[in-house]
Design a protein around this ligand. Sequence first.
Ligand SMILES: Cc1cc2nc3c(=O)[nH]c(=O)nc-3n(C[C@H](O)[C@H](O)[C@H](O)COP(=O)(O)OP(=O)(O)OC[C@H]3O[C@@H](n4cnc5c(N)ncnc54)[C@H](O)[C@@H]3O)c2cc1C
Length: 453
Amino acid sequence: MTRPRLPGTLNRRHFLAAASAALLPAPALAQTGASDVDVVIIGGGAAGIAAARQIAGAKRSYVLLEASSKLGGRARTEDAFGARVDLGAGGFARSEGTLASSAQGAGLELIALPSGRRLFANGREVRESAYDAFAAALGTARRDLLAAVEGGKDVAASLALTGAGPATTTPWAATVAQFLGPLGCGRALSTLSALDLARRDALPDDTTSPAGIGTLMEGLGAWLNVQKDAPVTLVTNAGRFHTVSVRGQRTPIRARAIVLAVPAPVLAAGAIRFNPGLPPRLVAALRAIPAGHLEQVAFLLPGNPLALQPNEAVLTKAGTAPPALLRGRINGSDLHVLTFGDAPARTIAEKGAAAALPLARDWLRANFPTAEVAISEVVASKWGQDPLIRGALSAALPGQGAQRRVFADTVQNRIFLAGDYVPVSGWGTLGGAFASGEAAATRALRLFGDGPA
Ligand SMILES: Cc1cc2nc3c(=O)[nH]c(=O)nc-3n(C[C@H](O)[C@H](O)[C@H](O)COP(=O)(O)OP(=O)(O)OC[C@H]3O[C@@H](n4cnc5c(N)ncnc54)[C@H](O)[C@@H]3O)c2cc1C
């Protein structure tokens, strides 16, 4: 076993590697002028960080432009109640892409999350047979979705389940619908494409960082050539190159390729202007995958009244309280985090802690009526209200599932899209975003004759 390391620290070998990599952009910059680079990466979330790392590794000049004051995007670790807590992604699937190996290569510590989730109904953990019934209902729902898709119909996911039968008749059908819809995609199944959901097939999260996933992402971007507080306002096709304008900077940056790694709803809202405009086919595809909403609510439960192991996930049977997923005892602390989806999440984003506190209290009272739990304060995320994010993840509307393929197209010969919305399978995840950033960078590098054709 390796000796535990302080989260976020680099050892000497990694420090030297990082420091020399940071020097890479200099030669190419000197040749072409201070505001010319091979690649501009727009957006410093998982996808943008992965892309920048790849471009830096290929010894090409680049700059990563992030509108906010922090790297990480929807992976953000905040201070709450004297501890560090993730208010965005709280884990990822180790075997998805290279995120885990990149983190380990950078000397950043990872730990395993408990496998599966505990199921509770009426304040008690369910029996083994109910776990089996839930797993069977989930399996049936997934088969129903696939059957609907194989039949060539991209209906609403709710219709795919109803049409294919048995899942809707089990006592766990409503819980499965909540798990796949509001808690999985931030929207009700009736607003989701069966095709998009069937193809999602995301691997379960089994890994996290003891320092927080946001801190992990900042660590992965620590040595990159980054401009923070640099919101891109305009991207112009100037023939042999593109220019990228940043608010508050007089001179645009000239780039031979662009990795565009901002969230889909930000693009759909027209928050960045393009001259000429984005292709109508792409604009239509972006509108076909509106945002789903997830918000996190963190609070303290001293004394472990729910009797949970560190980082255990709890799902409760659908009932009267708005659905939520609980992650208990974050890294062994008294901190617990509830994830709400869809309408309650939108309310939390609009009203903040004033709405989140009663929602968390109601959920605890309804699902753990006998536990001694009293919470007086919460810290809540507001992804839906952040103009740089505008939601938790993007999922296709019924009938629009095939649109996601459009995001693989190169735009104006040198703009490559990256982000969690880009992959046709495994979309809406941190690992998927990281992998899509690497893939976009690989395609950008091919423009210069780098890498395999
Ligand atoms: C509450 C919540 C819980 C989640 N839980 C999980 C989980 O447990 N596991 C999992 O795998 N995934 C989870 N996710 C999803 C995961 O966080 C995302 O899929 C992933 O972080 C997306 O990365 P990205 O790089 O595509 O986009 P982002 O992380 O959104 O990065 C985009 C970046 O672009 C920047 N930007 C926007 N506009 C501009 C501009 N004009 N100029 C420059 N920069 C700009 C933004 O500031 C942002 O930093 C969760 C998401 C949320 C919201």
